[in-house]
Structures are given as C-alpha cells and as structure tokens.
Design a protein around this ligand. Sequence first.
Ligand code: MEV
Length: 319
Amino acid sequence: MAKTAQGRASGKIILMGEHSVVYGKPAIALPFEAVEVLTTVTEGEGDLTVNCAFYDGLVHEMPKVYESLKHAIRFSLYRLGVSQNPAIKIEITSTIPAERGMGSSAAVAVSVARALFASYEKELTESELWDIAQSSEKIAHGNPSGVDVTTISREQSVYFVKGQPIEILDVDLPGYLVVADTGHIGHTLEAVQHVADWIDIENQGGADLYFSPQGHIEILGELVAASKEALLDRDINRLGKLMNRAQGYLYDLGVSDASLEHLVQTAREAGALGAKLTGGGRGGCMIALASSADQAHSIAQALEQEGASQTWIQSLAKV
Ligand code: MEV
C-alpha cells in the first residue's frame, strides 16, 4: 500500500437535457474544470476515518445523510478485496458547492474510488469506477440517469443517452459559458419526483388540456438533438436560442424557481446568447452563453450584482 495517494474529480455542467435525460432522451454534459474534489488517502493507525467539510471521524459512525459517501468508501474497499476496516485516513476537500447541480456527489464518489485504488496500487477500470460511483449516486439521488457519473468519470464532454454507448463530443466553440450559483440549495430529488408525478397524472388521464409533461419531455429531447447539431456546426447563436427555449419547457415542468428565473433574465439582459438552469434545478446553478470573454465577464458581474453567490467562466474552445 502507498503511504499516501490522491484521487481527483472535476464537477460537471449539463448544457442541455436535464430531466428529459431521465426519460431516455439525450443530454449534453461537460466536465467543469473550475471546481474539483480532491481525496487524499494516508496510511494511518487505528481505524478507518474520514475527514471532510461536513464530518470528521470514524467511517462506521458516519450519520445516515453521508450514506452515499460511506458506500463509495465501502464499495471501493470491497472491490479492492479489503474486508476489514483498514487503518487509513481519507481526507476530502472540495471546491464544488454541494447540492447545486454541479455533480458534487458523483465527483466525491469518483475521487474517493480513484484515491483508494491508487493507495492500494491497483488499476481502476472504467466499469469498476462506474459501478462504484453510480451505486453511490443511487443512494444520493434515487434513480439517476448516469449522466453525472459518465461525464465526471470520463472527463470528456458527452452526448449521453441512458443505457446507450457513450458518444464523446468534440466541443470547440468560439464562446464562453458563465456558470452562476443562486446560493440556494438545489432539490434534484424533489424536482425529479415532481416531473414523475406530472407524468403519472397525465398517464391516468388527469393532465391539463394545454400542458403535456410527456410532450415537454419530447420537445426537450428534440432541443438537445438540435443543440448537438449547433455544437458540431459551431453555431453559437443557434445554441443560445435552443438554451432559451429549453428553459421555458423546464420552467413549465416546474423544475425552475424564482432565484433561477431572476438570474436567467439578468443574464439575457446582460447580453447572453442564451441562459437556462443546469442540473436538477429548484435552486442550484444556471448557465449563460457568451460570445466573447468580455461579454462573459460583464454577464458574470451582472449576475453577482443580482444575487449570484458565485460565478465561474469556462471557455468552450478546444484547448
Ligand atoms: C441531475 O444532474 C440531472 C437530472 O437530469 C437527474 C438525472 O439525470 O439523474 C435532473
């Protein structure tokens, strides 16, 4: 066993396709390198301990709310063939705001698995990493589509359809993505459940005559497919329009909220080509598309003036 070993994982941003991806529609997601989780595993004495912003102590005494992290540790050790509580210390530091739609829980699981496998000097295959992180996500989010784990573990932009082979996307756009945190915790599980409830009502013949949740899901899927074409054509204006349209459908589905709507509107008024929520919604983060670095900075400034707790800018050009 190595004396110390590290594992890292970035955040993720869903450009298009949150929620509809749960229903077999495509999603486009990008690794978000501006934020990361770093896990350090050190050979220690005594018991298996974990130290992170929310907990410092024995793994087996972790409260129920950290069950997904506990699972990532236990399952990694199981796959490594380590059955007893090894005498190791796991330290997790993160710049990914938790529960903001940036894939924090998936990134924690991925970085923990990477660090533990590195500490035992064992190769971690893609499928093993997927099993560990996705099963941990199931504890955190119920029935996740897998888009978060796929994007974070692959460290590449993806065109993701649940249960289908992953398509890597070559994103190279003359533009910038501004990401803003509303400062409010997102409610992914609740938002996913809300959409599922709407669909149940519709299936039982009880939906509103003018609103079809399943129709919205279909359209969102079509908007994502069109966004892929826009990305491949490097047509940033079209992509922006598609993002705006998607936001309208996400709003109708009930997964936006006042804080997201306010920042989306602010970004558009500040010149964004498009703006929408990203991730689970009902709080959390939004994204805006800018055609230049200057424009991205003025959008970010406007968003901060209007209440964003934090903003980031990511270039969409290939490095
Ligand atoms: C969460 O990052 C994205 C959702 O589409 C849920 C999922 O894909 O599992 C809201």
